[in-house]
Design a binder for this molecule. Structure first.
Ligand code: PSV
Ligand code: MN
Ligand code: MN
Length: 386
């Protein structure tokens, strides 16, 4: 294959998972702005996700969030997805929206609360069995607000115990993705605050435990691509929750705040051989003020553009410059790729798949927004604050 064909093949095979909650109404603690046409049920979220996939050709799976996507029959929900050319992706657990979790979930000082949280995680694995999902995504809101509030080390022991029980329960083809987040809702200590803590737990558990990097969950200035390179080297990068941040966990569209950072991350993914099915490229976003489906289409396109630029880096020229210590040339090689306008290349890739080169325009023409606004009355809130 020519180099051009290799780049195109890699772009054609890249799959980006969209989150069910991005299709629902969301907001801040100040206000949730409802939008016409927003899904009322998990099935309708899948109907919207099918539109994203129809026009991008790159979003074949949808992440669920339990209990936000609770249904009676998960196999039937998977069938609903299949009928629309989709599959169900990661199951996101929720151990943060119950009164019992005031002092934490799996790290809570009381055994009964820890048991309740663990039962929920086990239920999530049951759901994965029914949906055929591979990944259980674990983000814990656990932590403390005040020095002395609880024992930091004991909380780690409780966490390790719960993770080990869930790990035992996983099937051969299932994985657990352990997510970290610097702070919020806890403001003093967080029980899984960084990749090092997540990695240490995963290492103890075994190969089915992998770290997930949510791009919005770091302190300002953190070199996320270094974390990505390190986790890939160690075989522990399970996937990404992509989004953008300006301040904290803003959950804005990926590539909106800092497309250069996204490119640097995707370069390390390409460099580390991470453009494979083993790394899940997921979005974790909320579209509070903008139209949801177009925002998700835009996000998928932003990931594709960063990936295309990363694939265009002249690796030989870069290695030569690096080996000879030519700092400026090495940087120039990287920047050449970043500064390439890859939109025509991606349009070509789409057209070769029989798609419109411009997914946004194709979606707008489809009339889906008008149709759903007329048909769906009383759209569902994504989950937070519900
Ligand atoms: C909360 O910070 C969060 O955004 C985490 O990133 C999870 O992945 C997501 O919610 C869904 O629970
Ligand atoms: Mn996340
Ligand atoms: Mn988050």
């Amino acid at each position: 294959m020519t180099e051009h064909a290799t780049v195109k093949a890699a772009l054609t095979s890249q799959a980006i998972e969209t989150p069910s909650w991005a299709y629902g109404n969301s907001g801040t603690r100040f206000k949730v702005f409802a939008r016409p046409g927003v899904p009322r049920t998990p099935e309708e979220k899948l109907d919207d996700a099918a539109k994203v996939h129809e026009f991008t050709g790159a979003a074949p799976t949808v992440a669920l969030h339990i209990p936000w996507d609770t249904v009676d029959d998960y196999a039937a929900l998977a069938e609903h997805a299949r009928d629309r050319g989709l599959a169900l992706g990661a199951v996101n657990a929720n151990t943060f929206q119950d009164d019992a979790y005031r002092l934490g979930s799996v790290c809570h000082p009381e055994a009964a609360v820890r048991r309740k949280a663990l039962d929920h995680l086990m239920t999530c694995v049951d759901i994965m069995d029914a949906t055929g999902s591979r990944d259980l995504k674990l983000w814990f809101a656990d932590g403390t607000n005040y020095p002395g509030q609880d024992d930091i080390r004991e909380r780690q022991d409780r966490l390790a115990e719960a993770l080990a029980a869930v790990y035992e329960r996983l099937g051969d083809d299932q994985r657990m993705l352990v997510e970290y987040k610097l702070f919020e809702p806890a403001f003093y200590t967080t029980d899984v605050p960084d990749w090092g803590t997540a990695y240490a737990h995963c290492l103890k558990l075994g190969p089915k435990a992998q770290v997930v990097v949510d791009t919005g969950h770091h302190a300002p200035g953190t070199n996320i691509e270094f974390i990505v390179a390190t986790l890939l080297r160690e075989g522990r990068l399970g996937g990404f929750d992509f989004n953008s941040r300006f301040y904290a966990d803003d959950d804005l569209m990926v590539g909106a705040a800092d497309p250069f950072q996204l490119f640097r991350i995707m370069y390390e993914v390409v460099r580390g051989g991470g453009l494979t099915a083993d790394v899940a490229f997921m979005l974790d976003q909320c579209h509070n003020i903008e139209e949801k489906i177009p925002a998700i289409i835009r996000s998928v396109m932003n990931v594709q553009e960063a990936t295309a630029k990363a694939l265009l880096v002249d690796r030989e020229a870069l290695a030569a410059a690096q080996r000879s210590g030519d700092v400026l040339e090495a940087n120039a090689v990287l920047m050449d790729a970043y500064n390439t306008d890859v939109r025509p290349l991606l349009a070509e890739v789409r057209e070769e798949q029989g798609l419109d080169g411009d997914p946004m325009a194709a979606y707008r023409r489809s009339g889906w927004a008008t149709k759903t606004a007329e048909e769906r009355i009383g759209g569902q809130q994504a989950g937070w604050g519900a």
